[in-house]
Structures are given as C-alpha cells and as structure tokens.
Write a protein that binds this ligand. Structure first.
Ligand code: ATP
Ligand code: MG
Length: 503
C-alpha cells in the first residue's frame, strides 16, 4: 500500500495534535482541519484514506462530513471521535457507515489500534478489488476466445458438421449449408438423413463412430451439382473413451478434380498427337525394310524424304509443347529490351519468304510512318509473329496475298497480318487459341500442324502486356492484330522529313 493519508477533523486543537502525535513515526501523511467545512474543503482537494472526525462541531458537524464521504468518496474509512457521554451518537454514526469510533479521552495506543484496523480493512478492500478485476479480465479473455472460436468456425471455407451418436446434427457452420446444399431448415436437431441425401456421407459418419477411427472419403454428393467433396470424419470420445458423437469436415475439391481431368485430357491428347506421326514413320521404316529390294531407288528416296519430314514435324511439335509448358508455368525469363517493331517484321518476312514463294503468295509490308520502340524479348516475339504470318501463308490458297503492316494508335503499336485465305468460321474462332485446336474441314485436311502455334502466340503476347484481335470471314480472309504498349518514339532514327513533321 502507498503512504496512508489521514485527515483529522476536530474543533479542539489538543485532540488534533494528540492524534497527530499518536500516529507520528508511522510514516503516515496527516492533515488537520478545525471544523467540518474546512475538512470538506481538504477532502475535495486531496485524496485521503482515513478520516478521524469529531461528531459535535460548530458549523458542519461530523454527521454531515460522514454523509458527504459516504456519498462522494465511499472508499475512505471514517473513524468517529466522540465523548463517552455521546456514545449513542457514535453508534448512530457507525450505522451511517462510519468504520469505528474512538472515545474521548483516548490513549495514543488506542488510536493506533483503531487506525491499524482501518488500514487492514483498506488493504483487504484493495485485494478484493484486485481479485475482482482479475476475475473480470479472466472472463473477458474467455469471452474473447469464445467469440474468436465462433468467428473462425463461421468463417471457415470447409463445412463442419457435428453429430451425436444417433446421427442427429448438433452443430454446423454456414459453409456446411452451402457445400452440402442443405435445404432443410432448421438443420440442427434433425437426423443427417433428413437433410443429406447422399449415403456416402452418412455411412462414413456411422463407420467413424462404430469403428472409433478417422474415416476419409471423396465423393460426388449429387448428380445435379457436379460437385466433388473430400470429407474427414473423426469420432468424438469422452474421458472414458466412449463415443459421444462425430465431427466431419467437408472440402469442395471440384476445382482440383477439374484440373486433374484437364491434365489427363491433355496427356491423352499429347500422346495421340505424338503417336500418329510416329506410327506413320514406323510404317515407312517397315516399307523400306521389306520393299526396298524390289522398289525403284526413287520410291525409296521418296519414303526417306517423307520420313524426314514427319520426324521434323514431330520434333517441332515436341519443341512447341516444351515451350508452351515453360511459358505456362511462368519459368521462362524474358529479356526485355527496347526494339524497333520494323526490325522484327523484316526478320519474319525473311524467314517466311520461301514458304510464301513456294505457294505463289505475295508477302508485302507497309511500315507505319513513325518509328517506335517497344519492350520485347526479341526471340520470343519473332517466333510469335512468325507463327501468325506462317499461318496466313499456310491457310491461304496458292496465289493469294498476305499483307503485313504496323501502325501506332493510342500508345499502342499494332501489328496487322491480313490474308486472303480460307478464313475461320464464327463457331471455330473462339477456340483457335486452345492447345491442339485445329479447324477440321475440307480446306484444312491436307494442311499439317499441331494446333499449338496460336496457344504459344497468346502466351508470348500476354507476357508482353499485349493483346490479340482476330477478324475473319470464311472464304474471304483473316486479319490478326497484335497490340503492345509502346515505350517511346525513336526520334534518333526518324528521318529528317518525319522529324520535321513531328515538330
Ligand atoms: P501449328 O501452328 O502448331 O503448326 P496450326 O497452325 O494448326 O499448328 P495454330 O497455329 O494454333 O495451329 O492455329 C489453330 C487453328 O486455327 C489452325 O489449325 C487453323 O484451323 C486456324 N487458323 C489459324 N490461323 C489461320 C488463318 N490465318 N486462316 C485460317 N485459319 C487459321
Ligand atoms: Mg500455326
């Protein structure tokens, strides 16, 4: 306890000083007042622990002081000082809340005993208060942890379902309603079977409780929702080990299942794409083995040539697949540098020229008036644009036209590749960027390809913050536009005439 502060109120100086003397050397802080009014003033200004007050004083008497203290500072312990003739008054004062009384005349020892008792009481009160606060804190913590648990329980993405041994639902979280598609209201208090139609869930809960072990299942709860759930059910036991219920969590794994399916579809597709060229190469090897003795050398050479082409196609397919998977997994590091758009186009034309010439297709390029730089990985971008141009040449009948152009609008550089080819129908257009998608029809029957080219283009374009636009009319032609943000105007290389216009 801090230093005890005591106030002595008495109109008799001897009494005031007598009390002070009796309590000296005890380390208390003692203040004195000669009447009730002065006493009250001090009480209002300072903090006291104990007040010793005379009852009969001129002006404000001890009872009025006592009343004020009970009203305003109930923690203060009041000891009444009174003459023996007025003991009944002291009793009344105690009934009004005084702690004790001292009869006049008093011995110093007696004053000390009474004050000690008041101090003990103060200490006890302080301890009680501390315990009460501690208890409140404890309750607060419990309350907090309970509301925390509640929050976690209701915010969990997994469904939680708690049942008793009879399979009656005791508790569940909101996710349970959603994941298990429960329509029964209320769900609590009813048997599982009333709300969950799927027997797998009910059986597993029964099994977990009867075998007293954790049971795990993956199942599709209903034919309508096409959902896939993974459930873990644990039996709940009491201290004696007896089963008293079950806790089951359900996790929606439909997305994982779909990804798994896509993966196996992809593997099946790749296997198929790899198998057919390999099978034809195998056949040709066989034909060479059995037939070469009798066949003319020219036929054998033709077979060799076809085998070489098929093998090259196969290698290209594998290379495309590897590139695509690297691009999709994000493991490709792009070395971006400011490049002139025109340089890439000229490079692409150089590579595809032969292919176009062999079909009598005119390949022309109209550069835009200004010179712009854009941030690209040169090799990846060249391959992407080459795929588009080579498609145009591939899907344009002999003697057609492929026009390349660049233009800059709204901070973007647009590469346009326009052909007079077979075109793409409205139905097929949304799928051309899918892996292995190839338009099947009379016009494309004899055109080889893996259906990976555009999927690769899309990955590269998106990695450069660009986008692709395709317009196509069957039998008329197709236009691909690849757009990328421009970095800056390349004034250094702009011709003097253009610079003059730009200014
Ligand atoms: P790959 O490029 O892997 O050798 P591919 O050319 O068949 O094979 P993509 O480049 O991905 O595959 O093109 C997908 C499909 O889109 C093609 O099979 C073709 O049917 C259609 N297509 C693409 N470009 C054109 C075009 N310019 N004109 C008409 N059809 C096109
Ligand atoms: Mg292609």
């Amino acid at each position: 306890m801090d230093t005890v502060r005591i106030l002595v109120i008495d109109d008799e100086k001897v009494i005031r000083e007598g009390v002070e003397r009796a309590l000296a050397k005890r380390g208390y802080e003692i203040a004195k007042a000669e009447d009730g009014n002065k006493g009250l003033e001090l009480l209002k200004e300072q903090k006291f622990d104990i007040v010793l007050t005379d009852l009969m004083m001129p002006g404000l008497d001890g009872f009025a002081v006592l009343d004020w203290i009970r009203e305003n500072q109930p923690h203060v312990q009041v000891i009444v000082i009174t003459g023996f003739a007025t003991v009944t008054k002291a009793v009344t004062a105690m009934k009004q809340g005084a702690f004790d009384f001292v009869g006049k005349p008093f011995t110093p020892d007696y004053i000390r005993v009474v004050v000690d008792r008041a101090i003990d009481r103060l200490a006890m009160r302080a301890e009680t208060e501390r315990l009460r606060e501690e208890k409140n804190m404890g309750l607060l913590a419990i309350d907090k942890s309970q509301s925390r648990l509640k929050t976690v329980f209701s915010c969990m993405a997994e469904a939680v379902l708690i049942t008793d041994t009879e399979g009656i639902v005791v508790l569940h979280n909101p996710a349970a309603i959603k994941i298990l598609e429960i329509q029964t209201d209320p769900f609590i208090g009813k048997h599982l079977a009333a709300s969950i139609r799927d027997r797998t869930a009910i059986n597993m809960i029964n099994e977990a409780m009867s075998k007293v072990m954790v049971v795990t299942r993956e199942f599709a709860p209903g034919a309508i929702s096409r959902k896939f759930l993974r459930a873990y059910c644990s039996p709940v036991t009491n201290e004696q080990g007896a089963v008293i219920g079950s806790v089951t969590t359900f996790e929606d794994i439909s997305a994982h299942k779909q990804i798994d399916k896509m993966k196996s579809d992809f593997v099946a597709m790749v296997a198929h794409e790899l198998k057919s060229p390999l099978a034809s190469v195998e056949q040709m090897i066989y034909a060479l083995q059995v037939g070469c003795k009798y066949e003319a050398t020219s036929s054998c050479n033709a077979l060799h040539k076809r085998m070489t082409t098929r093998t090259k196609d196969l290698l290209r397919l594998i290379e495309n697949l590897l590139n695509l998977s690297k691009l999709e997994s994000g493991t490709v590091v792009f070395n971006l540098e400011p490049i002139r758009g025109e340089d890439i186009i000229r490079d692409v034309i150089e590579i595809t020229k032969l292919q176009a010439e062999s079909k009598g297709i005119s390949l022309s390029y109209t550069p835009c008036g200004e010179d712009w730089l854009f941030n690209v990985d040169y090799d990846h971008m060249r391959t992407a644009i080459m795929n588009i141009v080579s498609n145009s040449v591939k899907y344009t009948p002999d003697g057609g036209q492929v026009l390349l152009s660049t233009e800059v609008t709204g901070g973007f550089i647009n590469f346009r590749v326009q052909d007079t080819g077979i075109g793409i129908s409205k139905e097929d257009l949304p799928h051309i960027f899918d892996r292995f998608f190839r338009v099947k029809g009379k016009a494309t029957r004899h055109i080889t390809g893996s259906g990976l080219g555009l999927a690769l283009v899309k990955e590269v374009v998106e990695a450069h913050q660009g986008y692709i636009d395709v317009q196509s009319t069957p039998q008329v032609g197709t236009t691909f536009i690849l757009s990328f943000p421009v970095v800056q105007k390349n004034t250094a290389t702009i011709s003097p005439e253009l610079q003059a216009i730009a200014q």
